[in-house]
Design a binder for this molecule. Structure first.
Ligand code: LLP
Length: 428
């Protein structure tokens, strides 16, 4: 639930705003973000890490959720920003996000994207391959600048999560592999490349991680590599970026670690590994996306059709689906729906909330408990703040929903709903 969610007179309120009224005013499907929730989590990340590791920074992974207002908020809260391509970079810059606090990621950034990033002056580019090193070196040379970079390492750690979002294991398209000491040998090339300065190492072991033990394992691999780089190349790398991945609760059954536990695990592991390998404490960075914004988000839908298949299931069809939330179809993700205009009623039914798209796999939730639905009810689905808007599509010609931020009883549209004209705007 968003931090400010509450029930008043049987209606769901978020940020002091009545979700039923908001749905009537703005139409559905609608993305709602609880601004106080986002800001509070950003501050707890900063506090949790800074209190344990003074020289640390939190880099928001904007692939989880981004629009200009989100970028402004992340900037105001003092976090850095991870962009995974030219589009996210353009949005951040348009929102006035300072380029020197932007980190650019991606396993196949195009030469054009690299040029955009380097000429904007992004603080760090995370190099993913040797081919990319050559491109960065050349473009920085042409632009007459020195680009600060990290190397992305694949530490060979299997994080305990869905295979589609596991990224640190040996068989991965991301980063420099530790196999046959390839990553260590490539450090030579990065150090030798003109117009490039290697400041640190990066890894990201996966996403929606519940069991934190993979982090100390990855830290050990990374700090060991830093120590060997110091010994072998005489270069002390001062920065270590451990990526994101902390899981969130989508249902009451999910018990993720807290931000504090995550910070404790990572910072303690870094301290221990640095002591063991005799390297100074680096500047420590983490790159959370989901755990900053998922719980702040609520999607509102209107119930349009109800079909009861006796002995099989009850289908409740809403005016959105896989176009605004692909996660259920893609990862069998679970969500807990509530009827926003019956929020105090008991959950007496097991329902499948289907979307309006032409696929049987198009569901928002499958067999979850909910209040008894009627046509015209407003369904609120919690936990949709991350990887929903950013993974949305126009499948079946569906215009994307608006994004409304709510705070202190006020609602403001931060991204307007798409129109049919928007859908055709690129057609010639
Ligand atoms: N850093 C890097 C380099 C990443 O690739 C990611 C996520 C993050 C940070 C942030 O990870 P987080 O804290 O959000 O777990 N679409 C999937 C998630 C894909 C995550 C991709 N990378 C989903 O909806 O579950």
């Amino acid at each position: 639930l968003p931090l400010t969610a509450e029930v008043r007179d049987d209606h769901l309120f978020v940020g002091g705003v009545d979700m039923v009224e908001l749905a009537r005013e703005q139409g559905t499907a609608l993305y709602v973000m609880d601004e106080a929730d986002m800001r509070a989590r950003m501050q707890s990340y900063l506090r949790s890490f800074r209190s344990r590791h003074e020289n640390s920074a939190v880099v928001y992974a904007s692939k989880a959720f981004l629009n200009k207002e989100a970028a402004r908020i992340v900037n105001a809260e003092g976090l850095c920003l991870d962009v995974s391509g030219g589009g996210e970079l353009a949005c951040a810059l348009a929102a006035g996000f300072p380029a020197d606090r932007i980190f650019m990621h991606g396993n196949n950034k195009t030469p054009q994207e690299l040029r955009e990033a380097i000429s904007a002056g992004v603080g760090r580019i995370i190099i993913d391959s040797r081919i990319e090193l050559g491109r960065i070196s050349q473009i920085a040379g042409e632009l007459g600048v020195e680009q600060v970079v990290y190397m992305r390492i694949t530490p060979g750690v299997e994080a305990d999560t869905h295979q589609y979002i596991r990224t640190g294991c040996e068989d991965s398209k991301f980063g420099f592999t530790m196999r046959d000491d390839f990553a260590y040998r490539c450090v030579h090339d990065v150090l030798a490349a003109p117009n490039v300065r290697l400041a640190g190492l990066h890894c990201h072991i996966g996403s929606q991680i519940f069991a934190l033990h993979s982090y100390p394992e990855a830290v050990e691999v990374m700090v060991d590599l830093m120590a060997r780089i110091k010994q072998g190349y005489g270069v002390e790398l001062g920065e270590l970026d451990m990526g994101g991945g902390l899981g969130v609760a989508y249902t009451a059954a999910d018990k993720p670690a807290s931000i504090d536990e995550f910070a404790e695990t990572v910072t303690a592991a870094v301290r221990a590994a640095c002591e063991k390998h005799g390297v100074p404490l680096p500047r420590l960075l983490v790159e959370p996306g989901r755990s900053l914004v998922a719980n702040a988000g609520v999607t509102l839908y209107t119930v349009g059709i109800i079909k009861t298949l006796p002995g099989i299931r009850k289908y409740v069809a809403v005016d959105g689906g896989m176009s605004d939330n692909i996660r259920t179809a893609l990862y069998h993700a679970d969500y807990e729906p509530v009827i926003a205009n019956k929020a105090a009623h008991p959950r007496t039914e097991i329902v499948t909330i289907a979307g309006k798209h032409c696929e049987s796999g198009d569901a928002v939730v499958v067999d979850m408990p909910m209040q008894r639905p009627d046509l015209g009810d407003i369904v609120a689905v919690f936990g949709t703040g991350a990887y929903n808007h950013t993974m949305s599509s126009n499948y079946n010609g569906q215009p994307r929903p608006a994004v409304v931020f709510v705070k202190d009883g006020e609602a403001r549209v931060t991204t307007r709903r798409e129109t049919y004209d928007d859908l055709m705007a690129r057609d010639v």
